[in-house]
Design a protein. Structure first.
Length: 323
């Protein structure tokens, strides 16, 4: 699979439409398949990777157990909100172009995933173009299944990640993160998910055989669990809604700090320390001044004129002899 291009419209920090040419270059007859993105915090580096994962895997990007409601709130939070727009964007659009080679045959694919708010509802649309021909006969679930077979979800953790993920893998001395990625790639995580599903079935079976008092207690606990999950969903929604503003504010803060330091802010930042050091030096100077005054108040001034002092002593001796 070779990714040729990505287009994002009103997605997270990206206002309007932005296109990224990701086709690998050739130089001096050799392929240069590595493309690097650099920028300050909040510039959109992670958003680019998130867009690639989202356009390919949709709801599965957030994990296997995420609810449809949480996924829709995530999509709402990913719509760009701009302070200088009177009318805000009501939706986002992602488009990914890539080449896929199988058995020596290369096929061009274009994936388009778009979503928009329609009042309190949110609609999502997925389109797949194969060699410029849209696969219209497939339902949305079938389209997603086609993409999952084309590009397994386990590959995402091994190929679509940023510097923070690299740091996580590098610091993972036990190899837990790498093992989880390999399990997803080979499909071995199905056993773990099956174990979790079976535990749910066993709990439901035990619940049916429980006494009326225990059933009532279980129902109460389940109601509390649903309330806690709803509160968690609301908190997560609020978090995703405020994340773009936080990222934008952090970017503005970073630029302001850079301008502040460039304009001599480094001196202003250390002014308090410099003033404290000045007070210490002034105190030391006062002590030394008192010591010098004490020395000058004694015989020290006479020692400054030894010749005059010797002449005076001789004169006093002569006068004493005459008496």
């Amino acid at each position: 699979m070779i990714i040729d291009g990505l287009s994002v419209t009103d997605f997270r920090v990206f206002k309007g439409k932005h296109e990224f040419d990701l086709t690998p270059r050739k130089r001096w007859g050799a392929d240069r398949p590595i493309i690097l993105f650099g920028g300050l915090n909040g510039a959109g580096k992670t958003s680019i990777l998130s867009a690639i994962r989202l356009v390919l895997f949709g709801k599965q990007t957030l994990g296997p157990t995420v609810s449809q409601r949480a996924y829709e709130e995530y999509l709402r939070g990913s719509i760009h909100r701009s302070r200088d727009r009177i009318v805000q964007a009501s939706g986002s659009n992602l488009e990914l172009n890539f080449r896929y080679t199988h058995m020596g045959v290369t096929t061009q694919y274009r994936i388009v995933r778009a979503w928009a708010e329609e009042g309190k509802k949110l609609s999502e649309n997925l389109k797949i173009f194969q060699n410029d021909s849209e696969l219209r006969t497939l339902s949305d679930d079938q389209k997603q299944g086609f993409l999952n077979e084309l590009i397994p979800l386990g590959l995402a953790d091994l190929f679509f990640f940023d510097g923070e993920k690299i740091a996580e893998l590098a610091m993972d001395e036990g190899g837990v993160a790498l093992a989880q990625s390999i399990k997803k790639l080979l499909g071995l995580d199905l056993v773990e998910r099956l174990e979790k599903d079976l535990s749910v079935i066993i709990r439901e079976h035990q619940k049916e055989q429980a006494s009326d008092a225990n059933k009532k207690k279980i129902s109460e606990l389940q109601a509390q669990l649903k309330e806690a999950e709803a509160a968690a969903d609301q908190a997560e929604t609020a978090f995703h809604a405020i994340t773009p503003e936080w990222v934008e504010a952090q970017s503005l803060l970073d630029r302001a700090e850079a301008d502040f330091l460039a304009a001599g802010g480094g001196f202003a930042a250390t002014r308090a320390q410099d003033m404290e050091k000045l007070r210490q030096l002034e105190s030391q100077r006062a002590v030394l001044r008192d010591e010098v005054r004490a020395m000058l108040s004694g015989c020290y001034p006479l020692a400054l004129g030894p010749a005059v002092l010797a002449s005076t002593v001789q004169q006093l001796e002569r006068e004493t002899a005459l008496e």
